[in-house]
Design a protein around this ligand. Structure first.
Ligand SMILES: Nc1ncnc2c1ncn2[C@@H]1O[C@H](COP(=O)(O)OP(=O)(O)OP(=O)(O)O)[C@@H](O)[C@H]1O
Length: 266
């Protein structure tokens, strides 16, 4: 299947879209040694624009190239051909420019076990050379926002999985980065904890005007989270790109869900 499928738009209003924040332009990423056909393509001629303030869920089968895309946005990998631009800059060659502009939330909380909750939140601010008093106040603010007031001095081992992931989300927001990259941050949590935290996360992303790219394996999670869902086929290329999902009515959501199921089963 080569054509990009799209759902009928609910409202193709004349309002111009916000600026493009993340752009993939004819991006291919191949791994392996440069021996012609021996190269393995993880991303294949991908074109994708993500606009400022969008919350985009990226969905696809295992090995379809989601992490490779993610790493190219984060400046950890360089495209083999084509161009990746974030805020008009090249994330791979202008790594320094991006200090403090992109925050990442991983599946695993990646907290430092020898630092308290508040010290873990302060970590990103330390790297940005924020003065001590300011970073303490900012870290406290975000821990409180994430419902962890009273746990500032707790070490990670004393916190539940959900609380640890709250600390890692507080750490991402505390840096004030405009772009959040999320790699299945709730998939290791039990369903109830994951659902609650997912809702809070979406609210915070919207309230704070972040642009967020959210990788997931779960159709339901994508439907709950995304303003937009992008489904990839393997190697990474867009199979389906659908907007306004979070606010869609039940009938439209069911239609989108069925379409995604169909694509992922192909
Ligand atoms: N550094 C690398 N060297 C060689 N092959 C790689 C490398 N990184 C990724 N790949 C391959 O590229 C393909 C895409 O990998 P990627 O991790 O981006 O997929 P993914 O969609 O994130 O997978 P998952 O859902 O399992 O996390 C896979 O076949 C993987 O084996």
């Amino acid at each position: 299947m080569n054509a990009v499928k799209s759902a009928p738009d609910i409202d193709d209003a004349a309002v111009p879209p916000p600026a493009v924040e993340i752009r993939f332009e004819n991006v291919t990423k191949a791994f392996g040694r440069a021996r012609g056909t021996d190269l393995f393509k993880a991303v294949d001629d991908l074109n994708l624009d993500i606009h400022a303030g969008e919350l985009v869920a990226i969905l696809g089968k295992t090995g379809c190239g989601k992490s490779t895309m993610f790493n190219m946005i984060a400046g950890l990998l360089e495209p083999s051909t084509g161009k990746v631009e974030v805020s008009g800059h090249n994330p791979f060659t202008e790594f320094e420019w991006f200090r403090g502009k992109i925050a990442i939330v991983f599946q695993n909380d990646r907290l430092l076990p020898w630092r308290t909750a508040i010290e873990n939140v302060e970590l990103g601010l330390e790297m940005l050379d924020v003065p001590k008093a300011e970073r303490r106040a900012t870290a406290q603010h975000w821990l409180t926002k994430l419902g962890l007031a009273g746990h500032e001095g707790d070490y990670p081992h004393a916190l539940s999985g959900g609380m640890r992931q709250r600390v890692s989300i507080a750490r991402a927001f505390a840096t004030n980065a405009g772009i959040l990259l999320c790699d299945e941050p709730f998939s290791a949590l039990d369903e109830m904890t994951g659902n609650r935290l997912r809702q809070e996360f979406v609210r915070l992303v919207r309230e704070n005007g972040k642009t967020a790219v959210f990788i997931t394996h779960s159709i339901n999670e994508a439907l709950q989270i995304g303003d937009r869902i992008v489904v990839l086929r393997r190697p990474a290329k867009i199979a389906y790109d659908v907007k306004q999902v979070g606010e869609a009515d039940a009938e439209r959501k069911t239609m989108i869900q069925e379409m995604i199921r169909k694509i992922l089963s192909e």
